[in-house]
Each structure stands twice: as structure tokens, then as C-alpha cells.
Design a protein around this ligand. Structure first.
Ligand SMILES: Nc1ncnc2c1ncn2[C@@H]1O[C@H](COP(=O)(O)OP(=O)(O)OP(=O)(O)O)[C@@H](O)[C@H]1O
Ligand SMILES: [Mg+2]
Length: 503
């Protein structure tokens, strides 16, 4: 069975096309069609989703959320039950939960294959990690596609014509993505080319939650005398729990503030003793009511909104004047940004996901697009390579850097680039290669942003004169949209390697 999966920072959604051609979404334990992308480590058990979120206040140290923003960070890990979990391990737990829930719903299905979405700003290393988490979870990969393309697929109708461009702004929990997608095709639209992608992987709804949390913590301090503003590792569990209650309240208040009331939102959180977890009355039963006005919120969130506006109004997009603009993601409920987008793109047709979708289903837009792709082979997607790819070749006589594919190159299905490397020292018996993803000019090494993603070594090679030993490296994007790098010793065709990527 083919499904589409949006493995989001905050929520994960899975959908498929039913026999009537409609997209349905998987219901999880709590009856909702989205699975909060979080886990709770409970003495050897890994709990995923809303049950994990419920347990968070019990032991915040055993709770992991928004791990997707660390998919590119090899140093970041969480420790539980004597094991280390990295972002891709958390992704694996979430995807395993999706697979188990699918198996319960469709016991007759022997296997599940998925189109999985990733942010437009995910590089090849993050894409590979996502693909490997999916494989470990027992789900076959059909294709990895970029989230903005999925958004366009979800809203693709007769008003979208070949030649049009669509600007997708996806403001989710942990990331904001802004991508320009060009539509191609003869007759109808069948091709989707991501021609520009910008975004911020550390800017999302959670930053606005933090702003509101700050306001509430200040209010709580005034009411209870407890200062919980600067969280630190020496805190005991009671303090952490109290802070967690206020953090949860902030998320809820944000939704209320963005909802109908807009002017002002409040939530009664109970007595200060209850919030602080004290059984005996310590505060003559005084109640804490969190309250926030839209103006107060805006003045504190000003810096975040300025960053967002700058990102949205990139020069390339403003010059291009896209025919369509789509605003998706959980944060597309934000009335302030909606107004800003509507006035900035007043000549374009603007779709606000929240207006088109009923109930919570605006959270499923990306999974809808992925599910559409999962059952339509005629949809053709071309991506521009986000980061350049290159090789460093090291031999006895030094090293050299070879740029292989530059950022911005159109990556179509089965894209391939071959380069041959020769020994730069006489009778070298070892050539070592490192695969890099980088941004910037490779000549200007000091200002280069780069990360090593894998390496391979040819040793015991037959000694040859300088330039005579030849190793060919092949960079290839398969039909799944995932990079593989292979290499072959051209002097000894029996020797070839597939690069194992660093984990
Ligand atoms: N009705 C609402 N009002 C205000 N905010 C909302 C509403 N619904 C969801 N959100 C916010 O949207 C964010 C989650 O959005 P979404 O589900 O699109 O994220 P995601 O896809 O998991 O993340 P990402 O795209 O960054 O990987 C959270 O910050 C959440 O608080
Ligand atoms: Mg998302």
C-alpha cells in the first residue's frame, strides 16, 4: 500500500488515496489525524505521540520533542535507558509508530511504501538520514519530496497552469520554509520544479511559544514570587514541572489568541499551589490566570516577525511576482502574518490553508500532497541542488578539493555526475576520499561552510606513476531522490565501493 508521510517537527501525518480517489488520514491513539512528533522514555519503553506529551510534565528530562531541527547536528543526542538517541533515532521511533498504526488499520496489507516529505532547506545528508529512519521503521521508500512541492500538489487544480509559479510559505512548529515552485507540462500541470528555496530551520511556531512563555512566566513571578524565567540544569523536578505547565499554557494561549477572540486570550491555570505541585495550601489558594493581549504579544514578538517578513519578501520572489501564493503549516492560523502576506502579494491569488481546510485538516496539507504523489507516477519533480557537493582527495603528496555538483543544479531522476581522480604522487598505494556538502566558494576555504558526509579509501592500489592511477567517483541521485556516491578503481575494475555515509 502506498502512503504519503509528512514527518513534521511538531506533528507527523500519514495519508493515502482511497478507492474513490479521496485522501484519507491515519487516526492515532487519541483519535486525531496527526501524531505529535515527540517521545517519552519510560523505563525501557518508548512512548510516542500525545501519550508522550501528556507524560512530559511528569519527567521533562525523559521527553524529547522537535528533534527534527537537529537532523543535521551529529553532536546532539538525548540519553535514556543507557542508550544515546540522535534525531534520526527519534524519527525512527515516530515512523515505527506510524507503521504500527498503519498495520493495525490495514492488517491485510503486506507492506507499506511511502512518499516522505522534507523541508526545502534539508541538504542531502539530512535527506539520507530521513530515508534511513524510514527503512529502519520497515517502510519502503517511494520518493523523498520537498514539503513546498507537496503543498502545491495538495492545492493543484485548474487555476494552476503550466508556466505559472507558486510561492509556498510553510510556517510550521520548528521551521519556516519559503520556496518558489515553477509549474510545467503540456495541457495540464505535470512538472513541479523547485526553482528557489529559502528558509530558517530554527525559526517556527515554537519561537512564538517561547515569547508567550516569557510573558506568562513574568506574570507567574508577580503572582507567586517564584522566578522560573532562567531554566537551568540544577532545577529539581518540581520546578521543571511547573515550568512545563506554563509552557503548555503558552501554546494553548497562542491558539486562542490566533483564533476568534484575537484581542485578548486568557487561561485559568488553577491555584499557585497546584501549579507548583504542593499538596498543602501554600498561597491561601490564590489562582493564577494567564492573560495576554495581541498588542502585548506583538510588541514582544516583533524581532521574530521582522525576520519572517524579511525571509518572505526575498528579492527573487518580489521580482518574479508569482501567480499563486500558498500559506500553509500550523502557523498559517496567524492573523498578523496572513494580513501581511495578503497585502504583500495583492496581485497574486493567495490560498490560506486554514480557510480551505476544515477542522484540523490544515495540518494535513503536506501529507495530502505526499499521498497524491504516492499514487501518481506522472508527477515529475525536479529540484535545484541546495548545497554544492564535492570531494577531497588525499594522497601521500597532499590533498585537493574537487567541486563535483554546484548548488542550483537541476536534479532530475537518475541524475549522475562522474569525475576521475588520479594519484598526485608516484607509486602511491593509498588514495583517501571525503565527500562534502558545502556552501560558498571552494577557493575561499576560510569562508566555506562545509560538512563531511562520508568517506572512502582505496588502499593497496597497484603502484603507478603520477597521474596513472585512476579512481572514478559517481555521484548519483536515484529515482527516490536520495544521493549515493560510488567509486571504482579504473585500473582494477573489480575494485569498487559504495560510500558509507557518516552516522
Ligand atoms: N490553530 C492554531 N493556532 C495557532 N497556532 C497553531 C494552531 N494550530 C497549530 N499551531 C501551531 O503550529 C505549529 C505546528 O505546525 P505544523 O504542524 O505545521 O508543524 P510541523 O509540520 O510539525 O513542523 P515543520 O514544518 O517545522 O517541520 C505549532 O507551533 C503549533 O502551536
Ligand atoms: Mg510542516
Amino acid at each position: 500500500m502506498n502512503v504519503g508521510i509528512d514527518l513534521g517537527t511538531t506533528n507527523t501525518v500519514a495519508g493515502w488515496m482511497n478507492i474513490f480517489g479521496n485522501i484519507e488520514f491515519l487516526e492515532f491513539d487519541d483519535g486525531r489525524t496527526y501524531l505529535p512528533s515527540c517521545v517519552f522514555f519510560d523505563r525501557g519503553n518508548v512512548i510516542v505521540g500525545s501519550k508522550a506529551a501528556e507524560k512530559a510534565a511528569e519527567n521533562p528530562a525523559a521527553f524529547v520533542s522537535e528533534s527534527k531541527v537537529y537532523m543535521d547536528d551529529r553532536k546532539k543526542f538525548w540519553e535514556a535507558d543507557g542508550k544515546r538517541y540522535r534525531a534520526e533515532d527519534i524519527a525512527f521511533e515516530i515512523l515505527r509508530k506510524v507503521r504500527m498504526t498503519l498495520s493495525e488499520k490495514f492488517p491485510e496489507e503486506k507492506s507499506f511504501n511511502a512518499v516522505v516529505t522534507v523541508p526545502a532547506k534539508f541538504g542531502e545528508d539530512q535527506i539520507r538520514r530521513t530515508a534511513s529512519a524510514l527503512k529502519r521503521a520497515g517502510i519502503g521508500l517511494i520518493e523523498i519530496i520537498k514539503e513546498p512541492v507537496a503543498a502545491v500538489l495538495a492545492f493543484n487544480d485548474d487555476s494552476f497552469r503550466p508556466g505559472d509559479s507558486v510561492y509556498v510559505i510553510d510556517f510550521g512548529g520548528g521551521t519556516v520554509d519559503a520556496a518558489l515552485v515553477e509549474l510545467t507540462g503540456t495541457g495540464g500541470v505535470t512538472g513541479f520544479n523547485v526553482i528557489a528555496a529559502d528558509g530558517n530551520r530554527h525559526l517556527g511556531g515554537k519561537n512564538l511559544d517561547e515569547v508567550i512563555t516569557g510573558i506568562l512566566l513574568e506574570q507567574f513571578r508577580e503572582c507567586s514570587g517564584q522566578n522560573l524565567l532562567d531554566e537551568n540544569t540544577t532545577w529539581g523536578s518540581a520546578r521543571k514541572k511547573t515550568r512545563r505547565i506554563i509552557t503548555d499554557a503558552a501554546q494553548e494561549l497562542k491558539k486562542r489568541l490566533f483564533g476568534c477572540s484575537r484581542e485578548k486570550a486568557c487561561a485559568e491555570l488553577g491555584s499557585v499551589c497546584e501549579i507548583c505541585g504542593k499538596k498543602d495550601s501554600c498561597c491561601s489558594g490564590e489562582c493564577f490566570t494567564a492573560e495576554i493581549s495581541f498588542d502585548e504579544y506583538l510588541s514582544e514578538a516583533d524581532e521574530i516577525y521582522e525576520k519572517l517578513k524579511e525571509l518572505i519578501m526575498s528579492e527573487q520572489v518580489m521580482d518574479k511576482r508569482p501567480e499563486h501564493v500558498i500559506f500553509v503549516g500550523g502557523m498559517s492560523a496567524d492573523p498578523y502574518l496572513r494580513q501581511f502576506i495578503a497585502s504583500t502579494f495583492d496581485g497574486s491569488s493567495v490560498i490560506f490553508a486554514g480557510d480551505v481546510c476544515r477542522g484540523d485538516s490544515y495540518l494535513s496539507v503536506i501529507a495530502r500532497g505526499a499521498a497524491i504523489k504516492a499514487c501518481d507516477e506522472n508527477i515529475h519533480i525536479v529540484n535545484k541542488l541546495l548545497n554544492s557537493l564535492g570531494l577531497i582527495c588525499r594522497g601521500k603528496n597532499g590533498m585537493y578539493m574537487d567541486p563535483v555538483i554546484s548548488a542550483g543544479t537541476d536534479i532530475d531522476t537518475d541524475f549522475e555526475e562522474r569525475h576521475v581522480y588520479t594519484n598526485n604522487g608516484r607509486f602511491e598505494t593509498e588514495m583517501r576520499f571525503e565527500v562534502y556538502e558545502y556552501n560558498g566558494d571552494p577557493e575561499d576555504f576560510d569562508n566555506l561552510e562545509y560538512r563531511k558526509i562520508g568517506e572512502f579509501v582505496f588502499n593497496d592500489i597497484n603502484p603507478a606513476d603520477t597521474g596513472k592511477q585512476k579512481i572514478e567517483a559517481v555521484f548519483r541521485f536515484d529515482e527516490k531522490g536520495v544521493l549515493t556516491v560510488c567509486a571504482e578503481d579504473l585500473n582494477d575494475h573489480n575494485r569498487s565501493v559504495e560510500v558509507s555515509f557518516e552516522i
